[in-house]
Write a protein that binds this ligand. Sequence first.
Ligand code: TYD
Length: 206
Amino acid sequence: MKNFITLEGSEGVGKSTQLRFLKEYCQKNGIDAVFTREPGGSEIAEKIRNIILDPSNGGMTDVCEAFLYAAARNQHLRDVVAPALADGKIVFCDRYVDSSYAYQGFGRKLGYDFVKNLNDLAIGQYIPQYTIFLDLSPEEAFARKGGADKADRLEQSGDEFFGRVYDGYRYAAEKNADRFIVIRPLGTKYETHEKIVEALKQKGVF
Ligand code: TYD
């Protein structure tokens, strides 16, 4: 879907900073863009997000979790993404279907195909035009982060989990090579920003 750009990466890769920089870039250059996020991003979807990330919901099944992400995704598409795209805006979404491939498909071991089938129902034709993947392994990311962890439920799942999530992203990147823009955020945050802007210019988004 033209002008629908998603950003992906494991915890600690600097995704939020890059989104902030992109937002500033768009404002400075008069680019009409909407910035949103998953899970959540609209009223009903945020309520679903709170259920998923509530640490007291540790008994939630993996399949239930995968369905809730897909449900929130569908709602957020209808409420936020679709109207903005219809208005001719560029939509930048912090996490999307590839997060489900990586976290539920690989992290939770539901499998890529299971998660894809489920999400195909939720997203219909809303396949991102491009997906910027900040490609940093958990070891690289946690080293950079310096150990300060958020305590939400997903982050309590441990190191092996994040290893699988990273594998999942790499798998999704291979399977969807036509839309993936893989960026190694190894330099400064400003250098990474430059790389992202260059890639988006090259693809004709900017
Ligand atoms: P959030 O605090 O927004 O994390 P981040 O700043 O890293 O984006 O929490 C989102 C969490 O939800 C994050 O751990 C990834 C997870 N997630 C999934 O497991 N599946 C999904 O489909 C999505 C969109 C997110």
